[in-house]
Every structure is written in structure tokens, then in C-alpha cells.
Design a binder for this molecule. Structure first.
Ligand SMILES: [Zn+2]
Length: 249
């Protein structure tokens, strides 16, 4: 049972207990409203923080005895992916790319290059729609399956790794992931490379939390990330930290 389901049970039981005191001891409805606000806030927090494992279980880091981390790139393939691949090759680093189905259709040759370079592929839905959090279970299953089919069509390989766009989860995601047998991958370091405009800040965020077993979230969709990656890989090399793909993690 998920933490969300447990929270529903606890909220339901507390509501029944409140109902008893409301009827027999004249308790204020305000007490129940505070209870409701707490429960609702918990759900909102859990929906936007994949690491809380509130709606479903996800992996946000991995156990290791070595100086290794896992660099991951979301939202590609794009025209910036080749530069990312060149840098990874230059430093002998392996990574995992959570690809968007539509992007695979737009850049099939670049998608094939990711695999030819020996990196791991994950599923990041077909549309990467901003309203993904409002989709039904069936729509989410279609998003996942369509992208899995594309990955197989263009690579002959299958993946069971899935990362929800924006890290948003809810009960529909939980059901969709169960139905498609996907393993949900989160992260321990969110670089904010699509939000922050300052390379130094992005790099600083990553390096301040970089430790063995870390999973780093990046996006192969901007020159900024390419620039940050060049400095990150150089720093990692100086400190004997390697990047491996998630299926080896
Ligand atoms: Zn994304």
C-alpha cells in the first residue's frame, strides 16, 4: 500500500473520530478543517516530490562502494544531444537518457547514436505534456507504451526504466506504472539546468551534493547544460569520480 493510501485511511479514521466528538461534545468544524488542510497539503507535497515515495516507489540513488555516480539526461533527443554525447565520450563516461517519444520520432538518428555510444535509455512519456498530472491512467499507459514501442522500433531493445515528467506523481501514475511494469527512477540531485540561468549556480548545486551513488538530473536540451556538463565532467575526472548508467548502478 502506498503512503498516499495510508494517509487516506488515517484521514478517514480521524474524520470518524472527529464526527463522534462533533456530535456528542460539540467540537468545532474548524478542527476538522485543520485536519483536512494537513491531509491535503501532504498530498500536494507528495505529488510534487518524487523522492518522498508518497504515491509510488522510486529509486533516487544507488548503493556503491566506488567513486561512482549516475548522470541522467531528460527530454531528448534534441539537437544538443550530440554535443552531450561527444563530451561523455571524451571523458569515458556512461549515462542514462530518459527520452521523450515525440523527440525520438523527430531525431531518430541522434537517438540511435545514444545507443551506439553504449548509454542506457529510459522512458520519459510520449508527449511530455505540461498537463501530464491530469491525465487518466489509460492515457498514461498509452504515453508509456507508445514510447516503449518507439524505443524498441528504433533500437531493438526494451527498457523498463521510467521517469515521470517534472517528477510529478499521483495515483494514476502509480496504476500506469504497475500496468506497464516500469521501474520509476527519480534523482538525488536536481541540477535545475532548465530553470537557473547561471552556469556557476547549476554546477555549484550539483557539486555540493555529489557523493557516491548520486543520481544527477540534467537535460540534453540546451547549450547551457552542455557548457555545465563540460565543467562537471572535468571536475569529476580531477576527483576520480566516474559516471555509470543506471542499469549498472
Ligand atoms: Zn522532462
Amino acid at each position: 500500500m502506498s503512503k498516499h493510501q495510508w494517509s487516506n485511511i488515517v484521514f478517514g479514521l480521524l474524520s470518524i473520530i472527529f464526527g463522534f466528538f462533533y456530535v456528542y461534545y460539540d467540537w468545532s468544524v474548524g478542527i476538522w478543517l485543520i485536519l483536512f488542510a494537513c491531509w491535503f497539503s501532504l498530498i500536494i507535497y507528495g505529488s510534487f516530490h518524487i523522492r518522498s515515495n508518497f504515491h509510488l516507489t522510486s529509486q533516487s540513488n544507488f548503493k556503491t562502494n566506488g567513486q561512482v555516480v549516475a548522470l541522467t539526461f531528460d527530454d531528448g533527443p534534441t539537437e544538443f544531444t550530440p554535443a552531450v554525447l561527444d563530451l561523455l565520450k571524451q571523458y569515458g563516461a556512461k549515462a542514462t537518457f530518459f527520452c521523450v517519444g515525440k523527440q525520438i520520432e523527430s531525431f531518430p538518428e541522434i537517438f540511435k547514436c545514444i545507443l551506439e555510444d553504449g548509454h542506457q535509455i529510459g522512458n520519459h512519456t510520449y508527449t511530455h505534456d505540461k498537463n501530464m498530472g491530469f491525465k487518466s491512467t489509460k492515457e498514461l499507459v498509452d504515453e508509456i507504451q507508445k514510447t516503449n514501442d518507439l524505443i524498441y522500433q528504433f533500437s531493438g531493445r526494451r527498457t523498463n526504466l521510467f521517469r515521470p515528467p517534472f517528477g510529478v506523481t499521483n495515483p494514476n501514475f502509480r496504476r500506469a506504472v504497475q500496468k506497464t511494469n516500469m521501474k520509476v527512477m527519480g534523482w538525488s540531485i536536481r541540477s535545475l539546468d532548465t530553470v537557473l540561468r547561471d552556469d556557476n549556480k547549476i554546477l555549484g548545486r550539483i557539486l555540493s551534493k555529489l557523493e557516491p551513488g548520486a543520481i544527477v538530473l540534467l537535460h540534453d536540451s540546451s547549450q547551457r547544460t552542455v557548457d555545465v556538463l563540460a565543467r562537471l565532467l572535468a571536475t569529476m575526472e580531477d576527483n576520480n569520480i566516474r559516471s555509470i548508467q543506471l542499469d549498472n548502478a
